[in-house]
Design a protein around this ligand. Structure first.
Ligand code: NAP
Length: 308
């Protein structure tokens, strides 16, 4: 007979891992579907320097610590991804490629994935010079010239990290004003091989076997500029992984709306981390959601009359 879990958590980033730690410690039987890579977006982050208690930690190390912490308290971590869900009713069903799981509550913490530019050449050259993860792929571009596209915290962090490895880094942004935090902008300005290119819109990525050029258009004059680069790192934001939830839950701009308790419109279903519409998308707000979602799941279960 299939086990009926108290809590099934979908997503193994900081929100999901925290939810697992809190759920297990509250005495709830808990399964966490992490997907193929544990740690979520943080695993792809170079350096994290704003998570309290860790003045400087590599994203991959933090992801590893979160996973080890969840395992050490007894959470069942499975490298499977939810592919379909039935979330109404007192028993929820979540299907992965391998199996079908049943749980009394579900915490949705699938996070987000990197947004694509949607320009010619991007798809064609992905893995051949186009990358969405400077932490994972930066080493392939040692001493080479690369461009980072975007003006947010990720783009600035990626550009700073790459400037230590690459011969030259162009930071291409579509506006004159960067969106990133001041301290990252200040740090980027101290990198001697980092050149700011703005306001330019990316138009096309060109090359032969691998990336050779990034074609840009000046935002105001329309003048074309071509950068000779071997790598293009795309850091133009993230999109919530809510494809599975279409038609199951009301979404706003692709996100699930929920109060601090992380309760959704469906009883027994909670949302945590980057999937939840909020003002500040940070690791610290994701772990906060994870704790709140697990606590709300506990309170929900305690209210159920027939819980054995
Ligand atoms: P983000 O803050 O949404 O920034 C995306 C950047 O890409 C913006 O500068 C945007 O330009 C630009 N952009 C969007 N679409 C574009 C397009 N089609 N072509 C060219 N440029 C485009 O995304 P993020 O940097 O990935 O960060 C995601 C979230 O994680 C944010 O909330 C961020 O604060 C957080 N984060 C925090 C840290 C940290 O605290 N250290 C590190 C990384 C990420 P505009 O500015 O013109 O909109």
């Amino acid at each position: 007979m299939k086990p009926l879990y108290d809590v099934l958590i979908s997503g193994g980033g900081p929100a999901g891992m925290t939810a697992a730690i809190y759920a297990v410690r509250a005495g709830l039987s808990t399964v966490l579907l992490t997907g193929p890579a544990r740690g979520g977006q943080v695993a792809y982050t170079d350096v994290v320097d704003n998570y309290p208690g860790f003045p400087m930690i590599y994203g991959s190390d933090l992801a590893q610590r979160l996973s080890e912490h969840a395992k050490s308290v007894g959470a069942e971590l499975l490298e499977e991804s939810a592919e379909a869900m039935e979330l109404s009713g007192p028993v929820k069903t979540v299907k992965t490629e391998e199996r079908e799981y049943q749980a009394r509550t579900v915490i949705l913490a699938q996070g987000s994935e990197r947004r694509k530019l949607g320009i010619p050449g991007e798809k064609e050259f992905t893995g051949r010079g186009v990358s969405y993860c400077a932490t994972c792929d930066g080493n392939f571009f040692r001493n080479k010239t690369v461009a980072v596209i975007g003006g947010g915290n990720t783009a600035l962090g990626d550009a700073i990290g790459l400037s230590a490895l690459c011969g030259k880094v162009f930071l291409v942004h579509r506006r004159d004003q960067l969106r990133a935090m001041d301290h990252l902008i200040r740090q980027a300005k101290t990198c001697g091989n980092l050149e700011f290119v703005h306001p330019y819109l990316p138009q096309e990525i060109q090359g032969g076997q691998k990336v050779e050029h990034l074609v840009l258009k000046e935002r105001n004059s329309g003048e074309q500029k071509i950068l000779d680069v071997e790598g293009v790192f795309v850091a133009v934001g993230v999109e919530p992984n809510t494809k599975l939830l279409q038609g199951l839950l009301p979404l706003k701009d692709g996100f699930v709306e929920a109060p601090e308790t992380c309760e959704t419109a469906l009883p027994g279903v909670f949302v945590a981390g980057d999937l939840r519409k909020k003002a500040l998308y940070q690791i610290v707000t994701a772990v906060s959601d994870g704790a709140n979602a697990a606590h709300s799941a506990l309170l929900y279960l305690q209210r159920q009359p027939n819980r054995t």
